[in-house]
Every structure is written in structure tokens, then in C-alpha cells.
Design a protein around this ligand. Structure first.
Ligand code: FAD
Length: 383
């Protein structure tokens, strides 16, 4: 077993780091406090081969592996935490699921614009009464002539105020096998967005409303029975969430380390106090352990989707580790860490959300337990 990155991976890692240092370091604080999606960063990435990293070249992607995409999201996050969301949006999020199952017509209509940074895509999965229990979703798609009429609503969609198109989970009929998905764009009659609301991380989301929206059959991504495929694609999204959690933790760790090397109290550098040293040791143990779990999930996926088992373990660990590290980094930095002038408080707020988003830590642990005991545990009341 070799724990080192290949030469090719290291070269790619360095090139992304250089691009980020040269273009994103300046302005990283302002970007973190701007609720809007950084479209200018998407355009920069499009010009430099960082959109669609895992998509085939014939579809306008880079033909890379999931591991390449993980290296890219990490290197960007370590320079500009907010810009890592653009790598997520361009290579991991709903775009990845969309590109996997899209027809040629759908790719022609939407994919090029997504990969050039002109369009932003959002994922409409969660509903007011279907969060962790996502299969309880009620948004209906009813056959109407040459398409479907969609009625329902979605909440908490990341990037929703900015997004131009949405991958929307719908129900064609009752039961698990009645779930699939459609592609909606903001120009469709009956589609509307609610008033923006703010997350703790500073980003905005708005409810999506579908009032009898006509979706032509060409915009059906997955018909009835598509749920399993959608969740398989969603595991790639979870890896991007996992990678950002850990990388933001490491970003905060690096800032706190510099602080501990220079800040003096009681006539000594902070790093000379054993109580502070042990905080750093704990943080470093979590960074290294998390990275091994993250890379295992990404490497075994190669050009496909990661396994749900390895993804759940990596996500549960890195989400908790990322937040723990940001919190400890903030403690080491004292009042400065808690202040908006330092990106540590941003990383703290941001990493908190990933313990909820993309399948909460509890839901990941439920999934891991099923693998341990080799049986399904229904979360629902006995019939
Ligand atoms: C930052 C952020 C970004 C998001 N982006 C998107 C997006 O782009 N698209 C989208 O569709 N959604 C998005 N979401 C929504 C997210 O997927 C849901 O918030 C999540 O699935 C949890 O659902 P809920 O909020 O309804 O909480 P609930 O499901 O009501 O859960 C509440 C609490 O109970 C726990 N719980 C629930 N069921 C169980 C169980 N069986 N066992 C143990 N514990 C349980 C949960 O872990 C949680 O702690 C986002 C959320 C956040 C915070």
C-alpha cells in the first residue's frame, strides 16, 4: 500500500495551488462575506480546466478522476475557502449527477453553459416535510400530453437565489420506485422563488415553488425508479462536502499555527504553552486521519461514483473533525479568531452546516451501522 500521491497528482495539486495563490488569495475575506455565488471565480475555473473535472472530455469536461477533483477542491479551499464552493458546484454537486444521466439534448441545452460558468445549477431535494426522510417527498409530476405537470415546493437549496436551472426530485407515483427527477429552469411558467433567507454561514437560500409547471418530456432526467441512481450520484456531492469540511479545518489550523508562533502572552509565544501544543496535536491527528478516509473513498471510486459505505465513514468523520478543528483554532486565536477580520470564524460557521447538509452526521452513522450489522434498520414506526 502506497500512502503517497502519484507524481501526476502532485503536479496537478501544485498547478491548482498556484492558480489559487495568484488569483484568489486577494479578496478571500470579501468573498467569504458575500452571499452571492462567485460567478467570476466560475469563469476563471472554466478558463483553467477546473470545471467538470470528472466529466468526459467529449462532454466538455476534463476527463479526470474523483481524486483529481478532491485535490482541486482542497487546494482552492486552502487559499480561498469560499471559492471551493465553485469547485463543488462545477464538479461534485447536482452537475455531476446531471451529467451522468443526461440525454444528448439535455447536455446540449444546459451542460455547456454550466461548464463555462454562465449558468449555476441547484439541487431541489429537501422539502418542508421531507428532510432526512427524503423519500417522503411530495412534489408531484403528473403526465400531461408530451410532458409532466409538476406541483410542490423545495427548501434549503444551496445557491438557489443565483441558480438558473434546478435538478428537482419528483414523485411520479406512490412508493420508492415512484421517485425520479426533472430539470427545471427559471423561465418555466409557474416556477418561482421565495424571499431569500440567510444560513449561519452567510449564504442565502430561497424556497422554490412549482405551481403546475409544465416540464416537457425532454427535461425528464430520471423517470420512475430513478431514486437509487440519484442517491448514487449524490455520494459524489457528499465527497465534495467532506473535502471542504476537512480543508476548511486545515485552513483554520494554518492561520492558528501562525498566530501561535508569533503571539506572546506572559512573555512567551503561545506555542510554548503545553495546553496550546496539545490542541494542535489533536487537530493534526484529525486532519491526517480524515484525509486518509477521504482519499480512500475518492481513490476507490476512480472515474465512477464513490461507495456509500466509504463515503458515509469519511463524511461523518470529516464533518465532525472539520468543525472541531475550526472551533479549536478559534480558541487559540482568542478574540481575533472570533472576529470577522479573520476567516477562522467563517470556517467555523461554514463547517457547522456540513454536519446537517448532504445527509446529517446521524444519517451517515445510521448507514454505517447497517453495514456493520449487515441488515437494514427501518427508521419508521412499525406498521
Ligand atoms: C448548509 C446547507 C446546505 C443545504 N443544501 C441543500 C441543497 O442544495 N439541496 C437540498 O435539497 N437540501 C439542502 N440542504 C438541506 C439538507 O439536506 C437537510 O437540512 C438535511 O437533509 C436534514 O433535513 P432537515 O433539515 O429537515 O432535518 P430533519 O430531517 O428534521 O432532522 C433534524 C435532526 O434529527 C436528526 N434525525 C432525523 N432522522 C433521524 C434518524 N432516523 N436517526 C437519527 N437522527 C435523525 C437529524 O440528523 C437532525 O439532527 C442543505 C442544508 C444545509 C444546512
Amino acid at each position: 500500500m502506497d500512502f503517497n500521491l502519484s507524481e501526476e497528482h502532485r503536479v496537478f495539486q501544485n498547478s491548482v495551488r498556484n492558480l489559487a495563490e495568484n488569483n484568489l488569495k486577494n479578496g478571500s475575506l470579501e468573498r467569504a462575506h458575500d452571499p452571492n455565488f462567485p460567478r467570476d471565480v466560475a469563469k476563471l475555473f472554466a478558463q483553467n480546466g477546473l470545471m467538470g473535472i470528472t466529466l468526459p472530455e467529449k462532454d466538455g469536461g476534463q476527463g479526470g478522476s474523483l481524486m483529481d477533483a478532491v485535490l482541486a477542491i482542497e487546494q482552492v479551499a486552502l487559499v480561498c475557502p469560499r471559492s471551493a464552493d465553485v469547485v463543488q458546484s462545477g464538479s461534485f454537486g447536482p452537475l455531476r449527477t446531471f451529467a451522468e444521466y443526461a440525454s444528448n439534448y439535455q447536455k446540449e441545452k444546459y451542460l455547456r453553459k454550466l461548464l463555462t460558468g454562465e449558468f449555476v445549477i441547484g439541487l431541489g431535494m429537501t422539502e418542508p416535510n421531507a428532510g432526512s426522510a427524503v423519500t417522503d417527498l411530495k412534489t408531484r409530476a403528473v403526465k400531461d400530453g408530451d410532458g409532466f405537470r409538476v406541483t410542490g415546493s423545495k427548501v434549503f437549496t444551496s445557491n438557489s437565489p443565483d441558480a438558473d436551472i434546478f435538478l428537482v426530485y419528483v414523485r411520479y407515483h406512490e412508493g420508492l420506485d415512484g421517485i425520479g427527477s426533472v430539470l427545471m429552469d427559471t423561465s418555466m411558467e409557474g416556477f418561482s422563488k421565495g424571499k431569500p433567507s440567510k444560513y449561519t454561514n452567510g449564504e442565502e437560500w430561497c424556497a422554490l415553488y412549482f405551481d403546475n409547471v409544465f416540464v416537457p418530456k425532454e427535461n425528464v432526467l430520471l423517470g420512475p425508479g430513478g431514486f437509487k441512481k440519484q442517491i448514487t450520484g449524490f455520494n459524489a456531492e457528499r465527497i465534495g462536502n467532506t473535502a471542504r469540511s476537512l480543508a476548511l479545518g486545515e485552513y483554520a489550523f494554518n492561520i492558528a499555527r501562525e498566530h501561535a508562533l508569533t503571539r506572546e502572552q506572559f512573555g512567551k509565544k503561545l506555542c510554548e504553552f503545553q495546553g496550546i501544543q496539545w490542541k494542535f496535536s489533536e487537530m493534526k491527528i484529525k486532519i491526517d486521519a480524515g484525509r486518509l478516509l477521504l482519499y480512500r473513498a475518492a481513490m476507490t471510486a476512480d472515474k465512477g461514483f464513490p461507495s456509500s459505505h466509504e463515503t458515509s465513514i469519511a463524511k461523518a468523520f470529516c464533518n465532525e473533525a472539520g468543525f472541531y478543528i475550526c472551533n479549536e483554532a478559534m480558541q487559540v486565536m482568542g478574540g481575533m479568531g472570533y472576529s470577522e477580520e479573520s476567516l477562522v470564524e467563517y470556517c467555523f460557521r461554514k463547517s457547522r452546516g456540513w454536519q446537517i447538509a448532504g445527509g446529517s452526521t446521524e444519517m451517515m452513522k445510521n448507514r454505517i451501522a447497517e453495514d456493520i450489522f449487515e441488515r437494514r434498520f427501518s427508521q419508521r414506526p412499525n406498521k
